[in-house]
Design a protein around this ligand. Structure first.
Ligand SMILES: Nc1nc2c(ncn2[C@@H]2O[C@H](COP(=O)(O)OP(=O)(O)OP(=O)(O)O)[C@@H](O)[C@H]2O)c(=O)[nH]1
Ligand SMILES: [Mg+2]
Length: 391
């Protein structure tokens, strides 16, 4: 599958930059293209200059809202991010339209964090505009949820997140959720290492996108997970999972292995990888709430067999009994049996519900604070009523 990738704001731009790197890798190592265009859109010019792989011209690193922000961001006010995107949407659409291989792409992937201002505000507006302009291509929104400490220290983060999620969910074909906090829980050394988290967010897309674009016979699976399967799978709230079981790189040629033993070890390793993928979902949710599921098995060709594919399917069927399950195998990896899982059309995601509930509670509180500020200002002005003015 080929994606036109557009990142909004700091977080979105940096992850789009990761996708540009994945494309360079796919090009140089596998001779294939997975992102015909990668763009970053921001109200902050410094953030745009910090990128490394997205082309550095103004058509790929797109500065919006210069008059309103002076190139310094919108300071977490996502309503302003939305307003600026609406005003400058022409710039973005023109840049996409004039990209050389744009029409080869199967879909759009728009990326932003939900807690900031620019990306959180701009992504829903641009999803809507792109869908109107290109009704035949699905638009997927990848939304990065804030760290827990950001939610506790700044209520605006929670409110922005709720506003962003509600808005993207009403326009995007699918909303792929990724929780920053999940990466820190897994490995606390990642706490301040954003670029490593960004790599971990983008990396699972590599095999998923490459699998359907392979041209070399030895890397084409017996069942390919292609753009058609992915488009049929990606609907509504979506999460991703990835797990792998390492394989020994060098095997002793004279090892006395029975066929049966070998197969059962492979199946065991495959299930282990699948189990890891389900335990490490990009946002916690129940697989049984998914309406559509896809999995991709990627492993060395000699490690793949139909039993393994079937076992993995049976295992997933047990976890997601109501879902339509699509699958593919990708004989490419050398050192592991890896499993990618996409759970889509989720009917319930606790974290989304929590953001909505907290924001509904916050709204009257914000209103009360606004009124109290206005009252206090009025009182102060009143005391100084009789002082003459220099103006
Ligand atoms: N994973 C990841 N999260 C990031 C990154 N940069 C910022 N964030 C998260 O994104 C949220 C802040 O949003 P930003 O993307 O910085 O905001 P913005 O869209 O640039 O908007 P303004 O700066 O307010 O104009 C917080 O939750 C951060 O933790 C990044 O590079 N990677
Ligand atoms: Mg910013």
């Amino acid at each position: 599958m080929k994606l036109t990738v557009i990142g909004f704001g700091q977080c979105g731009g940096r992850i789009a930059d990761e996708f540009a790197r994945l494309n360079e890798r796919a090009n140089s190592r596998r001779g294939i293209e997975i992102t015909p265009g990668a763009f970053a859109v921001n109200t902050d010019s410094a953030d745009l200059s910090g990128l490394t792989s997205i082309k550095s011209d103004y058509r790929h690193r797109i500065l919006i809202g210069l008059k309103k922000t002076g190139g310094h961001g919108v300071g977490k006010i996502n309503e302003l991010g939305a307003e600026i995107a609406r005003e400058d949407s022409d710039k973005i659409i023109d840049a996409i339209r004039t990209t050389k291989h744009f029409f080869e792409s199967d879909a759009f992937l728009l990326i932003a964090s939900s807690g900031g201002g620019t990306g959180s505000g701009a992504i829903a507006i641009m999803t809507q505009m792109i869908k109107e302009r290109y009704p035949d291509k699905p638009v997927y929104d990848l939304i990065v949820l804030p760290f827990e400490h950001e939610e506790t220290t700044e209520e605006r983060t929670t409110y922005n997140t709720a506003l962003c999620l509600k808005s993207v969910n009403s326009v995007a074909n699918a909303v792929i959720l990724v929780d920053n906090q999940r990466y820190v829980k897994k490995d606390s050394s990642l706490k301040y290492n954003m670029s490593r988290i960004n790599q971990l967010i983008a990396e699972p897309f590599y095999d998923i996108l490459c699998a359907g674009e392979e041209k070399k016979q030895q890397h084409i699976g017996s069942k390919t997970l292609d753009a058609g399967d992915l488009i049929q799978t990606l609907v509504g709230w979506t999460v991703l999972g990835y797990g792998k079981s390492p394989l020994p790189i060098f095997e002793l040629p004279l090892r006395n292995k029975s066929d049966f033993r070998e197969k059962s070890t492979q199946t065991h390793k495959g299930i282990q990888a699948m189990d890891e993928a389900i335990s490490e979902l990009s946002v916690a949710c129940r697989p049984s709430d998914a309406g559509r599921v896809a999995y991709l098995l990627s492993a060395p060709a000699k490690e793949m067999n139909m039993d393994l594919v079937k076992e993995l399917g049976d295992y997933l069927r047990g976890l997601a009994p109501k879902a339509t399950i699509r699958n593919g195998d990708y004989p490419h990896k050398r050192d592991a049996i890896a499993v990618h899982v996409i759970l889509s059309e989720l009917s319930y995601v606790e974290k989304v519900k929590d953001y909505y509930a907290q924001s509904v509670d916050l709204m009257p509180e914000f209103q009360k604070r606004r009124e109290a500020r206005a009252d206090s200002l009025r009182d102060m002005e009143k005391v100084g009523e009789d002082i003459p003015s220099l103006l």
